[in-house]
Design a protein. Sequence first.
Length: 321
Amino acid sequence: MIGRICGTGSYVPEKIVSNDDLAKIVDTSDEWISERTGVRRRHIAGQDTVVSMAAKAAGRALENAGISPEEVDLILLATSTSNVIFPSAACSVQKEIGAVNAGGLDVSAACTGFLSVYQMGQAYIQAGMARTVLLIGAECLSRLVNWEDRGTCILFGDGAGAAVLQADASASCLQTALHSDGAKGWTLTCDSRHKEGAKDLSKDLSTYIRMDGKEVFKFAVTKVPEAVREVLKKAELSVDDISWFLLHQANIRIIESVAKRLRLGMERFPSNMEEYGNTSAASIPILLDEMNRSGKLERGQKLVMSGFGAGLTWGACVFEW
Ligand code: COA
């Protein structure tokens, strides 16, 4: 028995910061940012936290699925930006939404986070250890961004997305791949703000997101097509069998390059980074929710999801909607 996604939800903070707004604080322009990344705006948390955003997205996903919070067996929450170390964000969400029968844990896999919790949720269901799993990706990246670094602050945004995965005897077609390369971890880093002996961490630039953009770009456009081909081969499917390719929303040029390497046009590669920027673990479930609510997903369609990011981590999965 495997799981099928039976509901989705998302939440982004109200506050919008446009490229023109950013051009007032760093030396950049709307033209430079949108041409190089596809991002035009991002939503930034004010009072919101990872937990508050995750709880709102989760509540909407349960409502969309028509499932009560008591039915949830497990909450898997992907995040790298929780404001607390413990209790886990998943446990706080459990309390917020009243999922009184659920266990919960956080998963740290950066922008591969949602793909990772999807795979874990499927493994729990396949093993018979859970029937209904709430998958969440939630990030508050604005708190880790150095707003004086034009090379990174233009890219990221805040938000949360969620999906309910439920055991379904009629669900078939699931293949997954997950990889990491710790040796390349230096290309995208952010140190903890709980460093021993450190005094004024706000001045310690290693506690902000730092990135070698070109290396990360090269990594993504090489590894994502490989992972997609890997899961399609395992599933004995071809790219023509896939209705939608839902890629982590880091940069439109990465998605264009992946599509080209798979010898496909962009029609089956939806994107929304124009509105949200890169929301890390939240990007795929926010996109999935938009696709679901706009009626673009039909039961029986085969979908590919692919995440990639810090770690380095990457992977893909193919499944039936
Ligand atoms: N506005 C204007 N100019 C900028 C700028 C900005 N926001 N950021 C950098 N520049 C400048 C650089 O200083 C450099 O100037 P120089 O030639 O005078 O030295 C020039 O633009 C080119 O910089 P470079 O870093 O080589 O640009 P790039 O073409 O590699 O684009 C990224 C930079 C970050 C957009 C691109 O590397 C990228 O998208 N990488 C992937 C990042 C990513 O997706 N990370 C998350 C993965 S999960």
